[in-house]
Design a protein around this ligand. Structure first.
Ligand SMILES: Cc1cc2nc3c(=O)[nH]c(=O)nc-3n(C[C@H](O)[C@H](O)[C@H](O)COP(=O)(O)OP(=O)(O)OC[C@H]3O[C@@H](n4cnc5c(N)ncnc54)[C@H](O)[C@@H]3O)c2cc1C
Length: 388
């Protein structure tokens, strides 16, 4: 089947609108916010209000719940454009966790719809100090007690815009027998900030997306009603897996957007900076770098859009999403590193934005599953059909 990724008129207008929005509302504040390591409250509020007014907010959510209702390719094109901005400010252009679609009827208004309207904000709390790549190693427990569950445990590296209003918390609720042996039953809970026994503290400062907050969450005999469970007992891990493709494509599109911005700056610099009587882009050592950057970006774009297209067709595999995330994030690492080299000493100075892109790029190979974990997923899909 022929695949044509030429944007429709509607997609083109949306991307254009996002571009103008970034130029007016976000780019002018990026350097200062990164230097300060904080987003002023009124700036965050203004970005959110403008994003809502322009129809950019919650674009990933279906229109049945008030979201943008974009198809996966349309969403990928928008996410790619918005991805040109760093998460500290872009985070205010809400993109609620799609896992909230699993909300039961009585949870929808307070958690799902409030997030889609931009009134409340969630964080996604899976990772723990002892459980990163190995998510099944989580030890946060939720024990049934009458009509409640009692949570105990610690989460870390949990991203949030401003201070999240509630957390989607993954906890062990029991054990089950499987053909491969005993396995933890993991369930997800919606836990409001302010619930007794739930504490949220700022975590260590990350050098990537410096003003994007990360939190440590602790639960000490934290009691939540059984009705706060998301998606049914023991369904937490399956739920997280169901939406994983969405987050991996989000990383991939973000990396493509950021690489385009860096490439553009590097081309400008190489075409104007003079040494030995000519512009440095004329030296093969520099020009070939630019050529590789552009080629790799094109390849990452095609891989990512193809994965988004397959998602829309219902044929996306875990390996397709993993390949897009792996290649695009590794590509961004190489592109930002080449850009620093092309800028020379200026590439490492805070006065030029290149070092920020280089720092920011580093986390893309780590969060939402490291590059090594993506390779495991791809290798597993290759090997499994032929293994006895
Ligand atoms: C800024 C930031 C924000 C984050 N936000 C969130 C969030 O909002 N919510 C959330 O739940 N989590 C979040 N995370 C956590 C993130 O998903 C984890 O950091 C990531 O999954 C890796 O886990 P880890 O850091 O514990 O590394 P580890 O799992 O300890 O891995 C360390 C190294 O060992 C390698 N490794 C591990 N296992 C294998 C293996 N089987 N084969 C080969 N290599 C292996 C890894 O690839 C890595 O290189 C965030 C992390 C960061 C840095």
């Amino acid at each position: 089947m022929a695949i044509d990724f030429t944007p429709s008129e509607e997609q083109r207008l949306l991307v254009e609108s996002a571009r103008r929005f970034l130029e007016q509302e976000i780019y002018p504040h990026e350097a200062e916010v990164d230097r300060a390591g904080e987003v002023p409250e009124d700036l965050g509020r203004r970005i959110r209000e403008r994003a809502i007014a322009l129809g950019l907010y919650a674009a990933n959510m279906p229109d049945s719940v008030g979201g943008g209702g974009l198809d996966p390719v349309g969403l990928a094109l928008l996410d790619r454009e918005l991805g040109k901005a760093g998460w500290a400010l872009r985070g205010y252009v809400g993109r609620p966790s799609a896992i909230l679609m699993a909300c039961a009827d009585e949870q929808r208004e307070r958690y799902l719809r409030a997030c889609v309207r931009g009134e409340r904000h969630e964080c996604f709390a899976l990772t723990e100090p002892g459980a990163g790549s190995d998510v099944m190693a989580i030890t946060t427990r939720a024990v049934r007690d009458g009509t409640d569950y009692v949570l105990n445990g610690t989460k870390h590296f949990i991203s949030g815009v401003g201070v999240p209003d509630f957390a989607i918390v993954f906890a062990v609720t029991g054990m089950e027998e499987t053909p491969k042996g005993p396995r933890k039953r993991i369930s997800a809970f919606l836990v409001d900030r302010g619930t007794a026994g739930f504490e949220m503290r700022r975590g260590p400062r990350c050098v990537s997306y410096r003003a994007y907050n990360n939190f440590e969450l602790s639960f000490a005999d934290c009691r939540v009603a059984a009705g706060q469970m998301l998606g049914g007992e023991g369904r937490g891990f399956d739920l997280a897996n169901e939406w994983l493709a969405d987050t991996r494509l989000l990383v991939a599109t973000t990396c493509c957007g950021r690489a385009e911005r860096v490439l553009d700056m590097a081309v400008d610099w190489a075409a104007t900076r003079r040494q030995f009587g000519r512009t440095i882009g004329r030296f093969q050592g520099v020009g070939f770098k630019l050529a590789d950057m552009a080629t790799e970006l094109r390849a990452a774009d095609m891989l990512t859009l193809n994965a988004a297209w397959k998602l829309g067709q219902g044929t996306l595999t875990a390996a397709d999403a993993a390949m897009a995330k792996l290649y695009a994030s590794e590509m961004l690492g190489r592109v930002t590193d080449h850009a620093v080299q092309i800028f020379g000493g200026m590439g490492l100075m805070e006065e030029a934005p290149i070092e920020r892109f280089w720092r920011d790029a580093r986390v893309e190979r780590i969060w939402d599953g490291t590059s090594e974990i993506q390779r495991h997923i791809i290798a597993r899909e290759l090997l499994r059909p032929r293994e006895s």
